[in-house]
Design a protein. Structure first.
Length: 225
């Protein structure tokens, strides 16, 4: 009887220890989740001239992409982000058809500041594995942008007037990257992460699509009047 009592106490102790470990894991897991905030609803207006009659703005006159999604926007959208680094990428605006017509180099054929990339570390990441970016695809007469968008940007529509944009499309249903138009601006936002967002079981791509991408769109459209 005494041995049975000891065995019961040992078993009880093991169960208590297991419960304690599980609770610790749950608390640790919760502490490693990433929260998502809101992009500012207003921002410094991007310098985009009024364009009519089918006019296209040369790429070297495009606005600065890092002015469309700023580091302040990133910290508002991803308040848990650390070690945020910003970098530019050159965006070519010359189609192969244009190149065939005139292959000589022109500054107007590319924007040195057409894409803005952010790299950062979110909770649960041991290094800066999260990326967010915005790329300008074209700046032109809004009617031309709309016509081009309808004919040249096939994909799944996440919603009419999405987060301030006139329209956005995704290449497929769980795409983290959205191509959108807002007045004279055609742009794409995207990103990726290994972090887990609050209330979600893992770092599935649709979490970024549903929580972060709309805020990146809002950050851009807040600066286009």
């Amino acid at each position: 009887m005494k041995k049975k009592r000891i065995a019961q106490l040992v078993l009880f102790g093991a169960l208590v220890a297991s419960a304690s470990v599980l609770a610790t894991l749950l608390v640790s897991s919760s502490a490693e989740e990433t929260s998502v905030g809101k992009a500012p609803s207003r921002g410094t207006t991007a310098h985009v001239p009024t364009l009519t009659d089918g006019k296209i703005l040369p790429a070297d006159e495009w606005p600065d992409a890092c002015g469309l999604v700023t580091q302040q926007d990133i910290t508002a959208i991803l308040p848990d982000a650390e070690d945020i680094q910003q970098a530019y990428r050159t965006v070519p605006a010359l189609s192969i058809k244009d190149f065939r017509a005139d292959s000589s180099w022109k500054a107007s054929n590319r924007s040195e500041y057409g894409e803005c990339d952010y790299v950062m570390r979110l909770p649960g990441e041991t290094y800066s594995a999260t990326q967010a970016w915005v790329r300008i695809d074209a700046v032109a007469d809004p009617k031309l942008i709309a016509d081009y968008f309808e004919s040249g940007a096939p994909g799944t529509n996440p919603g009419e007037g999405t987060d301030g944009a006139d329209k956005c499309v995704m290449a497929f249903a769980i795409d983290q990257n959205w191509t959108c138009r807002k007045g004279p601006l055609l742009f794409t936002v995207g990103g990726q992460t290994t972090a887990t967002f609050e209330g979600m079981p893992d770092a599935a791509p649709f979490d970024w699509r549903d929580k972060v991408t709309p805020e990146l769109v809002r950050a851009v459209t807040a600066k286009i009047r």
